[in-house]
Write a protein that binds this ligand. Sequence first.
Ligand SMILES: [Zn+2]
Length: 189
Amino acid sequence: MAKLYFRYGVMGSSKTANALMVRYNYEERGQEALLVKPELDQRDGARFVASRAGLTHPCIYFTDLRKMTPAQLHAYACVIVDEAQFLTREEVRYLTDLVDEQNIPVICYGLRTDFKGELFPGSQELLACADIIEEVKTICWCGKKATFNARFDARGVVLKEGEQVVLGANDRYIGLCRKHWKEGNLGPQ
Ligand SMILES: [Zn+2]
């Protein structure tokens, strides 16, 4: 039976590199995995997924996925969704249908919580619905596991207020342990 996976981690935990490697592993075995991202996330350009380490691959938008017929979907051994925190609850429910009705495995990568420490709606639904929940780990500057995302401004000041979604990468966000996230402590550098 196919399963729905949610692999979560903080900013900078190599989730996208992980997603791209999984896609490549399918290719090596002579199978194709379909790479998908929410249309909201256009940091890497349209219909493209890029990791910090330099891996890139074309993808489709979630809205494209929704238009595919079962026959088109079955050309793929697996569906891989990057930045899954930006999905709506209803879109996550659609993914459970792909798993349950089409028997296609779906692997979602995303953040668990936003810069305020609150669940993204997509992540909340994935935590509720996924068959397998796994953590993609990385460390805070202090060496402890990073579990929270800090947003900071150009002066390096940690922000506690603002919109849930402000797109950015290493220049806006950093993964911290809970203690240093609460303190707003970005470390000695
Ligand atoms: Zn720390």
